[in-house]
Design a protein around this ligand. Structure first.
Ligand SMILES: [Zn+2]
Ligand SMILES: [Zn+2]
Length: 272
């Protein structure tokens, strides 16, 4: 079975460690057939009236593209088609401000294979940090997050993948951090149906906890959702690390394969 990772960070992300060429070498050594670099673009923090407890480095898009092209050339020389290197971006959604226009401009300017639509900010605050949760019950903090994910489906720019539904869990101070389908069935249904209706792909993300959790994935399948992607979301070169776990989980639910993207067109990879 071909292994494609659609969510990988290089050192063009504030929290990424490896150069794109280095990622290509690591991917090959791990038996990965292809991956898409999807560095962070945080116009939500820059233009979207959102604040963060920590200020992150901005994406240098011209340099990112230049380094991608250089790495791709190297890969083609050395690997002769055995590794596919693709170009993408992870766009942090904001329902306010000028972020939407800025993403539309960026996506128009560069020949991205894939755009990941991610919700990191909720009601104007980056939800990775503890301050987002101050004085909020889990129900309120997670409910508002799911509302923001739902809004992100109508982002005013083209995107392909809806990322990591469950990102909120990482910074949460609650003893039981799990974001379960059964606790928010209406909100989850609206999101999952929204993804299906819009023809988008739901990412299964392995950065921290596996998200969305199995109950939500099962429900997506039950509602008719078939488009999923594997998002390792690696920041230190651990590309495709949990791919086998992904394939087992998805096959057990009934999925027959998964997508990666070339020039925004889904390429379906069947499971063996
Ligand atoms: Zn993210
Ligand atoms: Zn990411």
């Amino acid at each position: 079975m071909k292994k494609f990772d659609t969510h990988v960070h290089s050192n063009h992300s504030h929290d990424g460690k490896c150069a794109i060429g280095e990622l290509a070498r690591l991917a090959s050594s791990r038996g990965i057939d292809g991956f898409c670099v999807t560095d962070h673009c945080d116009f939500d923090l820059e233009w979207g009236e959102c604040t963060s407890a920590f200020i992150w480095k901005k994406l240098d898009a011209p340099k990112y593209y230049e380094n991608y092209l250089r790495a791709k050339e190297e890969v083609e020389e050395v690997k002769n088609g055995s590794l596919t290197l693709l170009f993408g971006v992870e766009a942090g959604f904001s329902e306010k401000g000028r972020a939407g226009e800025k993403y539309a401009e960026l996506i128009d300017k560069y020949p991205f294979d894939e755009v990941i639509n991610s919700t990191h900010c909720v009601k104007g605050r980056e939800a990775y940090f503890a301050d987002y949760f101050l004085f909020k019950s889990k129900q309120k903090a997670y409910g508002d997050y799911l509302d923001a994910v739902l809004m992100s489906l109508d982002a005013p720019y083209p995107y392909d993948i809806v990322a990591h539904i469950g990102y909120i869990m990482h910074g949460a101070p609650y003893r039981d951090k799990a974001l379960r389908y059964e606790d928010f069935p209406d909100k989850f249904d609206a999101i999952l149906k929204g993804i299906i209706e819009r023809g988008k792909t739901l990412e299964v993300n392995f950065h921290h906890e596996t998200v969305p959790e199995t109950g939500a994935l099962k429900r997506y399948f039950e509602l008719g959702g078939r488009a999923i992607s594997y998002g390792g979301d690696s920041h230190r070169g651990e590309i495709g690390e949990k791919f086998d776990e992904f394939a087992t989980l998805a096959k057990n639910i009934g999925f027959e394969g998964y997508n990666y993207f070339v020039q925004h067109k889904p390429v379906f990879v069947p499971f063996d």
